[in-house]
Design a binder for this molecule. Structure first.
Ligand code: FAD
Length: 319
């Protein structure tokens, strides 16, 4: 893949506080942020969560933290999650069903200290254990997000540790663009794990990842077939009509009922399609980010992968 000419500019922009202040004051920026981020604080994000639940959608909530550079920062992220879990536990959610929990938190291990020099892996594991135990105690799910490929081994080994104590609670994300993911799907499907399959949002080298969109889609469908045929609970995270249609067919072919897998989309993206799937009786979970670190999140997402810039612009203008 050619290098994206806007990338260095966007990555510099993502660190510029002056630009952040300037952009924040622009009404157009506010509209984009409000479209994709549910609120700057936990309390301001709750109305969006309640509204999604009222629409019979399930929810996964992500606290937008910055890259964690010191242990104290990681502990503050843990505290945010503990407070969030307490609030979510009190929400009137749709009836909890046998095979799925309506409320979930999504967790980035980098925010919990994974990248700290020396013992980052151990720090992130310790912090993730605290969050998983709290979520388990009140019946919420935890899904560990996938980040760039240099973290995958550490992340999946932490997920396996967490699943030893909380097999029903903890699931994770696999990215179809990585060459390794088909094998990871086989392993996690055999373990009966809950897996969110996405295409992948980071900029990855050819040595580890498919580059062409058609190759990524083909890998996505191969991985889906494995997950649908396996013992776990597949979570189909995509806005791509072809992936959505094929997922439903693969589920039927594998003998899965509509309560034995779910679709997932990002907050603010293709809401009409989310509604359509709910009307069809499919499970739909919306990934809802909140927090005041939206600026770095949105701009970096655009810089990480050229397609994200048009992805957000297209979603911002689509109905
Ligand atoms: P794309 O390849 O972006 O688009 C394919 C086609 O879908 C388009 O050609 C178009 O026909 C249609 N489409 C897409 N968007 C729109 C739109 N707004 N309006 C109309 N049509 C549209 N990535 C990670 O790396 N790690 C994670 O942990 C992670 N978690 C995620 C969780 C969820 C719930 C979701 C939905 C995504 C997550 N992602 C994650 C991001 C993911 O990897 C992709 O970058 C992102 O979803 C874009 O890929 P796509 O499959 O949606 O379709």
């Amino acid at each position: 893949v050619l290098s994206h000419p806007l990338r260095p500019l966007l990555l510099t922009a993502a660190r510029s506080q002056r630009l952040e202040r300037g952009l924040t004051r622009m009404p157009a920026t506010r509209r984009v942020v409000d479209r994709f981020v549910a609120g700057a604080t936990r309390d301001s994000a709750l109305p969006a969560v309640r509204e999604l639940l009222r629409q019979n959608k399930f929810v996964s909530i992500d606290y937008l933290g910055e890259d964690t550079t010191e242990p104290a920062q990681a502990r503050r992220v843990v505290d945010q999650y503990l407070a969030l879990i307490e609030v979510l536990a009190g929400l009137p959610a749709p009836d909890s069903e046998a095979t799925a929990r309506p409320l979930e938190v999504s967790l980035k291990l980098s925010a919990l200290g994974q990248a700290l020099p020396g013992d980052g892996h151990a720090v992130a594991l310790g912090n993730a254990r605290i969050v998983a135990a709290a979520a388990d105690a009140v019946g919420l799910w935890v899904t560990v997000d996938a980040e760039n490929h240099t973290t995958t081994d550490s992340t999946l080994s932490i997920v396996r540790e967490l699943r030893q104590h909380h097999p029903e609670t903890v699931g994770t994300v696999l990215q179809a663009y990585l060459l390794r993911t088909e094998a990871d799907c086989h392993a996690f499907a055999a373990e009966g794990a809950r897996i969110r399959l996405c295409k992948g949002a980071y900029r990855e080298p050819e040595s580890v990842a498919f580059q062409r969109p058609a190759e990524v889609s083909a890998s996505y469908l191969r991985c889906l077939r494995i997950l649908m045929a396996g013992k776990g609970y597949p979570m189909v995270a995509t806005h791509d009509p072809e992936m959505i249609e094929t997922a439903a067919l693969l589920a039927t072919a594998a003998g899965r009922g509509r309560d034995e897998f779910e679709f997932q989309m990002l907050y603010g993206v293709r809401p009409a399609e989310q509604d359509r799937l709910v009307r069809l009786g499919q499970r739909m979970r919306v990934y809802v980010p909140f927090g005041d670190q939206w600026y770095g999140y949105l701009v970096r997402r655009m810089a990480e992968r050229p397609a994200n810039l048009s992805f957000f612009l297209r979603a911002a203008t689509a109905q």
